[in-house]
Design a protein around this ligand. Structure first.
Ligand code: IMP
Ligand code: MG
Length: 176
């Protein structure tokens, strides 16, 4: 059965905003390389979309990590499980963590701490969406796509029970 999904942010708006973020990153990382790390699975969509608009003069590498803080529902458990570590060392590298959405902040709070211990040259955080109203842990966001209210959204990498990650827009599941 398919859910009914209402468009919150259109595909065009998402794409335009991703280009704007890439422009800022292109300015900030002139003469450097970027080691992008996305948090599976949700962050992978945004990372590939964002990387398309990074200048060819800036070398980009990808790595992935996975932590799980959600089950199949829409409620945060508050528990973080580390299920996949990075493949490469980040020591001395300029890292950008690319995330789909920051909600309570538990995930990023834990990860930023863990990554800082591995002595990168720098770590910045880039998120497509931010739900500041739900924040429990304080995390500093360097690049942000959109701020949204306390809504459960899907699309652009985000899922509901593993579905809808492929949608090119950000949507809300309608409940009857
Ligand atoms: P946090 O640890 O509460 O900040 O949760 C972050 C993670 O929860 C995100 O990376 C998403 O995977 C998931 N999440 C939070 N809000 C939503 C939502 O509205 N839709 C889909 N996934 C979400
Ligand atoms: Mg995620």
């Amino acid at each position: 059965m398919n859910d009914k999904i209402k468009v919150l942010i259109s595909a065009e708006k998402v794409d335009a905003r991703i280009r704007e973020i890439a422009d800022r990153i292109n300015e900030d990382y002139k003469g450097k390389s970027i080691h992008m790390i996305s948090i599976l699975k949700g962050g992978a969509y945004f990372m590939t979309e964002l990387s398309k608009y990074i200048s060819e003069d800036i070398p980009v590498t990808f790595d992935f990590m996975q932590v799980s803080s959600y089950g199949n529902g829409t409620e945060s458990s508050g528990h973080i499980k580390f299920t996949k570590d990075l493949d490469e060392s980040i020591q001395g590298r300029d890292v950008i963590i690319v995330e789909d959405i920051i909600d309570t902040g538990h995930t990023l709070f834990y990860l930023m701490d863990l990554l800082a211990e591995r002595k990168p040259a720098s770590v910045k955080l880039c998120t497509l969406l931010d739900k500041p109203g739900r924040r429990v842990r304080d995390v500093k966001v360097d690049y942000e796509g959109f701020r949204i209210d306390d809504l459960f959204v899907v699309g652009c990498g985000m899922d509901y029970a593993q579905k809808y990650r492929n949608l090119p827009y950000i949507g809300v599941i309608e409940t009857e």
